[in-house]
Design a protein around this ligand. Structure first.
Ligand SMILES: [Zn+2]
Length: 264
């Protein structure tokens, strides 16, 4: 489960309201959209939770928020200005994977084992196709790199370690499109399924189409990357960018290299 901050859940309306922010705003000035921006920055780990912030206005574009915007721009390959501009404002409204990018940089504990993880795929046709393609893409790339890790699909009823599925918007308290359980616990010890799930309320097709639907293939590539132990990163052609990249259908070399380091 994803820890929730006190900054409140963000619905789609909250994210879209950020589009009304005047990009010319400067530190020291206030706007009500700044409170929404701060919520996004905190959720994603770019701005620290404010303990005892009495007397501070959430609407104020303060220096901490400006620095956080700079870190945000750096992470998402935007011009690092520490100020707002239309690309930064648009980016802040994009739906993300529910794992927070900066709080999870991957894991490297004793629970990572070189072997094939049993997956059970559940869902409608679009999701099942996307999941099957994502599993195939991971397995092919890992095999080619001679990394003895991967996924095998098992039928309903057989013991599965990873549930690849969809869930309704009720289990996504923010407006994110998917999430996964990282291998922080040892599944062999507690017999608990890890999950790679997509939000069924978002628009999905197998490989995405234009700007209207997300690629279920990318969604599952990304979430299965978390299951393998990877954190979010928005570099090169990584499948671990937490905004959906419909054009990407295979893990990048950098993704496979990171898996190789985790399981070495
Ligand atoms: Zn993610």
């Amino acid at each position: 489960m994803i820890p929730r901050s006190g900054s409140g859940a963000r619905g789609d309306d909250d994210l879209d309201a950020i589009l009304h922010l005047d990009p010319r705003i400067q530190p020291g000035q206030s706007a009500r959209e700044i409170a929404l921006v701060k919520g996004v920055l905190r959720w994603q780990g770019f701005l620290e939770e404010t303990g005892g912030s009495e007397g501070r206005s959430e609407d104020l574009f303060d220096l901490e928020a400006a620095e956080a915007i700079g870190r945000y721009q750096e992470f998402y390959d935007l011009d690092v200005t520490r100020r707002f501009n239309p690309p930064t404002i648009r980016s802040l409204t994009i739906r993300r994977c529910a794992l927070t990018p900066l709080s999870v940089r991957g894991v490297g504990d004793q629970c990572l084992e070189k072997r094939s993880y049993a997956c059970r795929i559940v869902g409608g046709e679009t999701f099942r196709k996307g999941a099957a393609l994502a599993i195939h893409a991971w397995n092919s790339a890992l095999r080619e790199a001679r990394i003895p890790v991967g996924f095998n699909v098992v039928a309903t009823g057989e013991g599965a370690e990873v549930l690849v599925a969809t869930e309704g918007p009720g289990s996504f308290p923010d407006s994110s499109w998917g999430r996964a359980d990282l291998p922080s616990g040892c599944p062999d010890l507690d017999h608990r399924e890890r999950r790679a799930v997509l939000n069924s309320a978002s628009g999905w097709s197998v490989s995405g189409s234009g700007g209207t639907t997300f690629s279920a293939l990318y969604g599952y590539l990304h979430e299965l990357g978390h299951v393998l132990g990877l954190g979010d990163i928005c570099s090169s052609r990584s499948v671990m960018c937490n905004s959906v990249r419909n054009a990407i259908r295979n893990p990048a070399k950098a993704d496979i290299d990171r898996i190789g380091e985790l399981y070495s």
